[in-house]
Design a protein around this ligand. Structure first.
Ligand code: PLP
Length: 386
């Protein structure tokens, strides 16, 4: 094991993948604002020509090495968005005639992609209950090729029996894939559990400042190369300015997320005791479904809390309006506390029946807890609920 593999996560965030010696002595990685590179005669194939769309400029590779180191995986690739990472990964693993098993609660964009787009290209999909592994085998088909999970689900923040996924995938020769956006490499490292591919929306905690969209694919080297080649054709590469912002943002992940997590736990407890809140979803609460899995599998519960408010949609809207510190916006993982109603944002692409089936009520509010003072958020949310 090399010294850098033994580093703790904060050291890896700062130092892993960084160029030594530094580029012309620059302490921070400069932005290589160039679409192409002078040919040196080394390109062995199309994918090794140095060109920004092929995700192989220094701003891409430094980040890719850092991301792979963070999850203890063989390789990584940065992409233009989380959906670019997810769609390129699925399209490189699957072909017409294949079948995939997918967890039944997913980010809405991923849900729409697998439920609506994949079948149009001849790929069959079945949804499975992530917390009931004994039901998975019944959904297998001779053409099942992959299995897909999220480490913490969106928006009800459940944690599946993730330790059962890789043994099941290996027994049935499936590619195991997981969206690790919400847990982040700080709280869950898919490669250590044997997952083949880990996918991220870097838009969220990895960047942490609500000012870019980006994605990451992390995993086994041969599979990451396959995804990379698919992405080269699909064109979803990350612009190097965005690489630079993500590079700056990710280095403070280990300072930001634990602080946000601590506040999220305090808020979840307050919500649990508040008479206007009918249900709290937070994997760190004993009363939350999936808590046992979260406790066993995650190193932290992350900083998203969802609540059902007495009075449904109208009460939910009033709660957000009366808060002074909440910004009413979709997405999550930034420094500032955000709230959204998933029925009107991340999961608006699902039909009302699909949302009802998944327990996503119109009045469900999903909070992304920021780095504000815990006491200020507690006071503000309590007055807004009262
Ligand atoms: N995965 C999860 C869990 C998400 O919540 C999102 C977006 O909200 C995505 C993936 C898609 O990421 P992006 O918006 O960066 O494409």
């Amino acid at each position: 094991m090399s010294d850098s593999e033994k580093w703790g996560v904060s050291t890896k965030l700062v130092h892993a993948g960084e160029w030594r010696p530094r580029v012309l002595g620059a302490v921070s990685m400069p932005i290589f604002q160039t679409a192409n590179w002078v040919e040196d005669g080394d390109a062995s194939d199309y994918h090794s020509v140095h060109y920004m769309r092929l995700s192989n400029l220094p701003n891409h590779t430094v980040l890719a090495e850092k991301m792979a180191a963070l999850e203890g995986a063989e390789a990584a690739l940065v992409t233009a968005s989380g959906m670019a990472a997810i769609s390129a990964a699925l399209l490189s693993v699957l072909k017409a005639g294949d079948h995939i098993l997918v967890q039944d609660e997913l980010y809405g964009g991923t849900h729409s992609f697998v439920a609506n787009d994949l079948p149009r290209w001849g790929i069959e999909v079945d949804f499975i209950d992530g917390e009931n592994p004994s039901s998975w085998e019944g959904k297998l088909r001779p053409n099942t090729r992959a299995i897909y999970f999220e480490s913490i689900t969106n928006p009800r923040l459940r944690v599946a029996n993730l330790d059962a996924v890789v043994p099941f995938a290996q027994a049935h020769d499936l590619v195991s894939m997981i969206d690790n956006t919400m847990a982040t490499p700080l709280y869950f490292k898919p490669a250590e559990w044997g997952f083949d591919l880990s996918l991220h929306s870097a838009t969220k905690y990895l960047n942490g400042h609500s000012d870019i969209v980006g994605g990451v694919v992390i995993g086994k080297a041969d599979l990451v190369t396959q995804v990379h080649h698919k992405l080269d054709h699909l064109g979803g590469s990350m612009d190097t300015h965005t690489c630079s912002l993500l590079h700056r943002g990710v280095r403070t992940l280990a300072l930001r997320l634990p602080a946000q997590t601590k506040t999220a736990q305090a808020l979840a407890q307050m919500f649990q005791d508040h008479p206007r809140v009918t249900r709290v979803y937070y994997p760190g609460l004993e009363s939350s479904a999936g808590h046992d899995n979260a406790k066993r599998l995650l190193a932290g519960y992350s900083a998203m809390v969802s609540i059902d408010i007495d009075g449904g949609k109208e009460a939910a809207k009033r709660f957000v309006e009366r808060s002074q510190l909440i910004t009413d916006a979709p997405s999550f993982g930034g420094l500032e506390t955000l709230a959204t109603r998933p029925a009107a944002s991340s999961h608006a692409g699902l039909t009302p029946a699909e949302r009802a089936e998944r327990g996503i009520a119109d009045g469900l509010v999903r909070l992304s807890v920021g780095i504000e003072d815990t006491a200020d958020l507690l006071a503000d949310f309590t007055q807004a609920l009262d």
